[in-house]
Design a binder for this molecule. Structure first.
Ligand code: PLP
Length: 562
């Protein structure tokens, strides 16, 4: 699919402004008299690089994409939002689609660009209305905005839903990932290659803590990124900002701060419902919590008087009675909780007896942490997204690898394993099945391992004795050592659209990425049934091994580690 088909004709035809420094090809220049700059040194007398080459290169490295897929914008991602309208939407003719409630800039930028903004109410529980958004489209719909995790709800749109949108909408899916660093789901960046109508917006304003610098990013198919570069203002990021972002990227590791925010998000999400004035807290994948309270205006004013400013969302659609609390430092959050206790006194109600205390960024509290993981694998041969929720609903699973029989086998895992599993893989099936099947095994093993965290409280062992119809036996030990035995007789070369020899390879790869011992033996009459039996038995064995044991010893190993 060529995403240029959605671009406004005047933008396609645009001859962009070429700055003096665009024309400069490099070389040993001593006297710069090409750009009407002042010759006197002020620290800022020279124009900055209009193409942000170093910046893009460095960002591309950290994100694992090509530099020609990167756009960097100087008014945060708000600049990229405006450019999406200017590149794709004919004023007075085209329209865009978004859910309500979502980030307010999409609708304001639509109004500024004279583009119709079609709002679709949320699905159940404020989730993204995938089908309703698709149904709202007509031949002038150019963009669907997908904010994930969504502001102000904090709820995610799952990667597979975004892919479904991209495959069923004849236009651009603009995915705003401002809060993606706080989310258990991976970015959809790896899917741009297979779905060039996806544009991903990210920013340095949230997890990186650089809102004051005003830098945002858009990642897209190179044909679209070059349009971003043509339409933006020539010198849209100033020189000190370009330097500072490079310095930050080279010198900082934001992982500890993200982990602290996530731990505090859990603490606040547990503490807030204990206050009588809080009716419910929406589960958030971002760095904020949306809470429905008894009297939003009154509580807002009360907190402001105590020096705590929250965001009052009660007047936006579908958010009546709601306040948005950004997660702060542990001390700040404790102040918020103290102010809420004061509010109880003022309103004649009782605060909770105890509120959870700050547990530290490294405390993994696995019994509280959701046993979920999202793993994205992007190689030259395959793009894979695996999402597992060990305590999730198997019926919510979704598997699509492009190989029908393999999908059928993989779907045994959640069904008989009792967990929720999403696997979306786009691989080089035109070459052969090898990479798809191997890489799915690797990503699946990684996802299970990540969802188990430090493995505290799990059963560790799983075994299934011969199962009647297929006579398959599977033993699994999640103890951390890798070993693999395969004693399965398959007398056909292919079953369905998959080569049978790939199954031993699949389970071997799974054993190494999961860091497990897996022993499998199976016999039977029919290849289809034997393989199916092996998958079922593996699912049952996994179900036992990952389940949380009922006895209160901590780590299922005498060594204290797994
Ligand atoms: C904060 C935010 C942004 C980022 O804005 P910047 O202009 O980059 O600071 C983008 N999208 C959403 C949904 C946001 O909440």
């Amino acid at each position: 699919m060529n995403p240029l088909q959605f671009v406004r004709p005047n933008i396609l035809a645009l001859a962009p402004y070429s700055t003096a420094r665009d024309e400069f090809k490099g070389g040993d220049i001593k006297v710069f008299i090409d750009a009407n700059e002042s010759p006197f040194h002020t620290g800022f007398n020279r124009y900055p690089d209009p193409r942000h080459r170093l910046l893009k290169q460095r960002i591309a490295e950290t994100k694992g994409v090509d530099p020609d897929m990167v756009f960097t914008g100087g008014a945060g991602s708000d600049e990229a939002i405006d450019l999406v309208y200017r590149i794709f939407c004919e004023p007075g003719v085209d329209n865009v689609i978004a859910m309500s409630p979502t980030y307010g800039v999409y609708s304001v930028a639509a109004a500024i660009n004279n583009v119709e903004y079609r709002e679709v109410p949320p699905a159940k529980d404020l989730l993204f209305p995938v089908e309703a958004a698709l149904n709202a489209a007509d031949s002038h719909s150019k963009v669907i905005w997908v904010c994930t995790p969504n502001n102000p709800t904090g709820l995610s749109v799952q990667p597979r839903e975004i892919i479904h949108l991209a495959e069923n909408f004849n236009g651009i899916i603009a995915v705003d990932e401002a809060y993606i660093d706080f989310s258990p789901f991976g970015s959809v960046l790896p899917f741009i290659a297979s779905h060039p109508n996806i544009i991903v917006l990210q920013t340095f304003s949230k997890a990186w803590g650089l809102a004051g610098l005003r830098i945002g990013m858009a990642f897209s198919d190179p044909r679209i990124s070059s349009l971003f570069a043509n339409v933006k203002y020539p010198y849209n990021i100033n020189a000190p900002t370009q330097r500072e972002i490079l310095r930050q990227l080279d010198s900082r590791d934001i992982a500890p701060q993200i982990s602290m925010i996530k731990a505090e998000r859990t603490r606040m999400a547990e503490a807030l419902p204990g206050f009588p004035c809080v009716r419910r807290v929406i589960p958030s994948d971002a760095n904020f919590l949306l809470a429905e309270v008894d009297d939003a205006d009154r509580l807002y004013d009360f907190l402001a008087e105590r020096g705590v400013l929250v965001r009052n969302r009660t007047r936006i659609p579908h958010c009546r009675g709601m306040l948005r609390f950004t997660v702060g430092t542990p001390a700040e959050n404790s102040r918020v909780l103290a102010a809420l206790a004061d509010y109880c006194e003022e309103t004649g109600t009782y605060p909770p007896d105890t509120v959870p205390q700050y547990a530290g960024p490294d405390d993994k509290t696995p019994l509280h942490s959701p046993r979920k993981a999202a793993v994205t694998r992007h190689t030259a041969e395959t793009d894979i997204e695996v999402i597992i929720d060990l305590d999730g609903d198997p019926a919510a699973s979704y598997i699509d690898t492009g190989l029908k029989f393999f999908d059928h086998m993989l779907s045994q895992l959640p069904h008989h394993g009792g967990f929720a599993l999403d696997i979306v893989c786009r691989g080089d099936l035109d070459v052969d099945e090898h990479h798809t099947m191997e890489d799915v095994a690797i990503a699946l093993g990684d996802a299970i391992r990540e969802a188990l965290g430090d493995k505290r409280g799990i059963e560790r062992y799983g075994f299934v004795l011969p199962m009647d119809e297929s006579r398959a036996m599977v033993l699994i030990d999640l103890g951390g050592r890798i070993d693999f035995r395969w004693d399965v007789e398959l007398d056909r070369e292919y079953v369905g659209d998959t080569p049978t020899e790939m199954y031993s390879h699949f389970f071997q790869s799974l054993a190494s990425s999961l860091r497990a011992n897996i022993y499998i033996s199976a016999r039977g009459e029919n290849c289809h049934h034997i393989i199916e039996g092996v998958f079922k038995a593996t699912a049952r064995a996994l179900r036992m091994a990952v389940s949380r044991e009922r006895f209160p010893y901590n780590l299922p190993s005498s060594k204290g580690i797994l």
